[in-house]
Ligand binder design. Sequence first.
Ligand code: PEP
Ligand code: MG
Length: 575
Amino acid sequence: MRTVLSGTAAARGMALGRARLVKPSMLQVDHRLLEQNEVEGEIERLHDAIESARVDLNEMRQKLHGALARDVGEFIDAHSLLLEDPELLRGLDEMIRKGRYRASAALKMQADRLGAVFEAMDDPYLRSRHEDIDQVIGRVMAALSRQSSSEERKLAARVGEILVADTIAPGDMAHLVGHGLLGIVAAGGSVYSHSAILARSLNLPMLVSTNDALSAIGDEDLVLVDAENGQVVIHPTAQDLSRYRKWQREAAQEGRRLATLAKQPTRTLDEVPIRLYANAENTSDVAQARAFGASGIGLYRTEFLFLRSKGLPGEEEQFEAYRDLILGMGGLPCTLRTLDLGADKADNAGLTLREEDNPALGVRGVRLSLRHPAVFNTQLRAILRAASYGPVRVLVPMVSHAQEMQSVRTMLAMCARDLREEGHEVEDALEVGAMIEVPAAAIGVHTLVDDSDFFAIGTNDLTQYVLAADRNNDALGSLYDPLQPALLRLIARVISVGRRTGKAVSLCGEMAGDPMFTPLLLALGLTDFSMHPGQMLEVRDRVGQLERARLRRLSPQLLRARSSQEVATLLEVFR
Ligand code: PEP
Ligand code: MG
């Protein structure tokens, strides 16, 4: 019987195929305690399983070629690093030896403990890292279960299948795509996970948070993943299938049309030039940014580097990453955002946490950097050195007041002086800009003008702080609304202060990459957008259909609107 489940679209598109159901870890956790004489054998079993998981990952890495190797290699490396992470593995032997736990129970406890630590993090990217921990531990668990039951791994999709699982590791996804996987329905997961990022760059339709997927979908059931509408249809009807075929025809046509836009300039219907910058996190983003004609990198989230690295990345490692990004962009400007970790604190052993009651209102972004001058200096030195390879701007996250910008500038100047004394060629003055994501910075943007060369509006955070609605809290989804007039007033204010004072203003939150918001942002006066490169063609296309002058005339009404519904109604004609 036709059944429809709702999920959250993590990568758009549609796919039709047979379900390949993968239940979470086939291994039952065995809670019986060990006898003393079983302890050493169990530790050996655990070590063998970890080794076998490592070999799995290595083999997976070797098998990847071309673009997939580039896209996925980094994710697999991140998982391999996790397998060696002392924080992850620390204590497993102890738990077996002293606590007499079996390997599976020790792994489960460790996964739960680390899961809770990541869940408590404020940054959605960091929070989603708990999926990586689960996936890596799941791999070790699977290896343990193979030892005991010699059951083959079930992850061997055949051509034309839709994977239905709790979550999926990026490495597995890459492997399965090579074997003809068509789409993914995850019961858990988040749109910020590595897998979701990868699915978007592979154009693989993916739904996450599809509750009940594992119980409602049967192995081999025919399913239609409709990630355009956040649904999966089990046993689709003839009507569903014709909807799917229609989508296929339109998507193919649309793909051909959008591809022709890759090298086109971005202009509104009335010929106003608009700049589209890319938000980049890895090398494939850089390649895509170039391929789709980005004006530069508008946001490079350097915290990704800190998370991939084992412990703190040193100056050399950071320098090389920044330099490669800059070289990859071939002379286009690159905006490097300084470390924006949440309430967690980085140290040489990896990430250690500080307990904070309110991490979103805690020591994050520039607050954290200024409290750890040694860490910050290392980053600033690396940025300054990399800046000799191309145009670089420095972007400071979570700025609340001018004093923070002044401190960053002073530190940057001191680093430049030191580097020169050491014989490095250092650019005279890098542009330093403020992220506008704290309400005080938006309301008081005029107070930041003297100390900022440019502004980048971070609507992901600004929305949550203006509405006091946690960006990760599903229960507040309707409150976390980028159309809220209060938010629009702040965005418009920053853009207008920027224009009056000659400071460039870009917007790099998720709404910049959503064509649904393009008319609104043009109406508010935005000319510089920064988004995931995969969204650039659609936004360029949308910009080309819109008349900026007409939208600008709508701005006063939009700002006077009393509700987001009223804003939506005013923009209706531009749909
Ligand atoms: C934002 O807050 O809008 C932003 C771009 O930064 P992040 O999503 O990394 O917090
Ligand atoms: Mg932010």
